[in-house]
Design a binder for this molecule. Structure first.
Ligand code: GTP
Ligand code: MG
Length: 449
């Protein structure tokens, strides 16, 4: 082979090599492109979750834990998906926690009402309406039976006495109240054999009003040494935590700075439940370590409230059976811790006078009727409380238990719960309650047993 042939061969090999490499590179690019196309059709792309949607998930989880939490459909949440900043696929713990702690939309009943005067008038009307609606089932129960007996005829005769007596004594109002109401009916009937039906009805209404009208000084939410401290007590599931959440909203609405204190360190999820309420109404919360001593949590919470300028400190406690001595002893310890925390800022001479919180409310569940009364009596034997809250008046025919509780305990009812929502707590007004109980006479007469 001559030198010319050798040069031609080398040049040919080099050209073939260059063309081959270029061809292989082109194949590789095509393969990559077709893989992308396949993925785009068959597998959804992995998109990092937006920060706010994480918070929404937490909210939903929380509302599953807490039936009080506002359902997503009614909550005025802003749409988040498009505007939310994208987080990297692995969301850093700090960012996740921050998203989870993001405050829920604040629900403060009444803030949008036009003026103070109008608002107060509106509130009053609203209160009456809510109580009236809450007592619907009770009205359909023993009140409807009474109405059929008394108002169903133009005149009430003494022959009806026994029947009225039977209705009253089988109603969930307690025998003491039944007797008081019966005595009044008797007084009207004693005057003559037949009585005007409206006069008998008015006598019943008047007697009921006397039972529930318990003189009580209103709570002082602005004590000389802030904060005002409230302790909520009662057996399991009566509505302590829910009532605290609603109360927090009511205080915020009055412009007070509120701190919720998670004194229920016993039940798993109790702290989270209160936390949901704090975020929901937009107030601060104080929590201790898991399984911490409730007295120390409450003590620290009150001290923090004082330090940080809260006007109102609302303390939750674990549900407890009045029959469990150790739990009732624990409650005594919590009360002493509260007294100690409040007394710290008082002049030495005033300290001994502090025996406990400014208010202690015993929460009673109306749906259990006479058992609520029995509970309250037993609590009273071991604990002091300054007021009662009767919850779940909505959806029960046993709303007459309010009468029995007032009569037996002679402790004022401060609030009534008429639903699970943030706006479903109403200050108890004796006149409104009795008016609502005896309202809708015509409908009550027509109602079924
Ligand atoms: N319908 C109605 N439900 C209520 C009312 N108050 C509370 N509830 C419901 O009662 C249930 C128990 O309420 P909680 O506030 O958890 O009761 P609790 O006393 O704190 O319970 P424990 O912490 O377990 O002792 C929840 O489902 C509340 O939504 C009310 O006024 N009406
Ligand atoms: Mg609770």
């Amino acid at each position: 082979m001559g030198p010319e042939l050798a040069v031609v061969l080398v040049v040919a090999i080099v050209v073939i090599a260059i063309v081959g490499v270029a061809w292989l590179r082109g194949r590789a690019r095509d393969d990559a492109a077709s893989t992308r196309d396949r993925d785009a059709v068959g597998t959804p792309p992995v998109v990092p979750p937006p920060a706010v949607s994480r918070a929404r998930d937490d909210d939903d989880a929380a509302s599953a834990r807490d039936p009080d939490a506002t359902p997503a459909s009614t909550s005025p949440r802003a749409p988040v998906a498009d505007t939310a900043p994208k987080l990297p696929r692995t969301v850093p713990t700090a960012a996740r926690d921050e998203a989870a702690r993001a405050p829920l939309p604040v629900e403060r009943p009444g803030l949008d009402r036009p003026s103070v005067e109008q608002r107060r008038h509106g509130d009053r009307e609203d209160d009456r309406e809510r109580i009236r609606r809450g007592l619907e089932k009770t009205r359909g129960g023993f009140v409807a039976k009474l109405a059929r007996l008394v108002l169903g005829k133009p005149k009430v005769t003494t022959a009806l006495r026994d029947q009225i007596e039977e209705v009253l004594f089988t109603a969930d109002i307690g025998t003491g109240v039944a007797q008081k109401l019966m005595d009044r009916v008797g007084e009207v009937l004693d005057r003559s054999d037949t009585a005007d039906a409206q006069a008998v009805w008015r006598a019943l209404e008047q007697a009921a009003l006397e039972v529930v009208k318990i003189p009580a000084a209103p709570s002082n939410f602005t004590p000389a040494h802030a904060p005002y401290v409230l302790l909520m007590i009662g057996v399991n599931g009566v509505g302590k935590t829910t009532t605290l959440g609603k109360l927090a909203a009511a205080h915020l609405r009055e412009g007070r700075k509120v701190l919720l204190v998670a004194g229920d360190t016993f039940r798993a999820g109790a702290v989270d439940q209160l936390d949901v309420w704090a975020r929901r109404v937009g107030c601060d919360i104080h929590t201790g370590d898991e399984r911490a001593d409730p007295s120390s949590v409450v003590y620290d919470g009150i001290r923090r409230g004082r330090r940080e300028g809260h006007d109102v400190v609302l303390c939750d406690t674990a549900g407890r059976l009045h029959t469990r001595k150790e739990l009732m002893d624990e409650l005594g310890k919590v009360r002493r811790a509260v007294a100690k925390a409040i007394a710290q800022d008082l002049p030495p001479t005033a300290r001994d006078a502090v025996a406990g919180p400014h208010d202690t409310f015993l929460v009673l569940d109306a749906t259990i009727g006479q058992n609520a009364l029995a509970q309250a009596k037993l609590f009273k034997e071991t604990t002091d409380f300054t007021g009662l809250v009767v919850t779940k008046l909505d959806g029960t025919a046993k709303g007459g238990v309010v009468l029995g509780v007032c009569d037996e305990l002679q402790v004022p009812i401060r609030y009534v719960g008429v639903g699970e929502g943030v706006d479903d707590l109403r200050p108890f007004d004796p006149e409104d309650y009795v008016a609502a109980l005896f309202a809708d006479r015509d409908r009550a007469v027509g109602a079924d047993d």
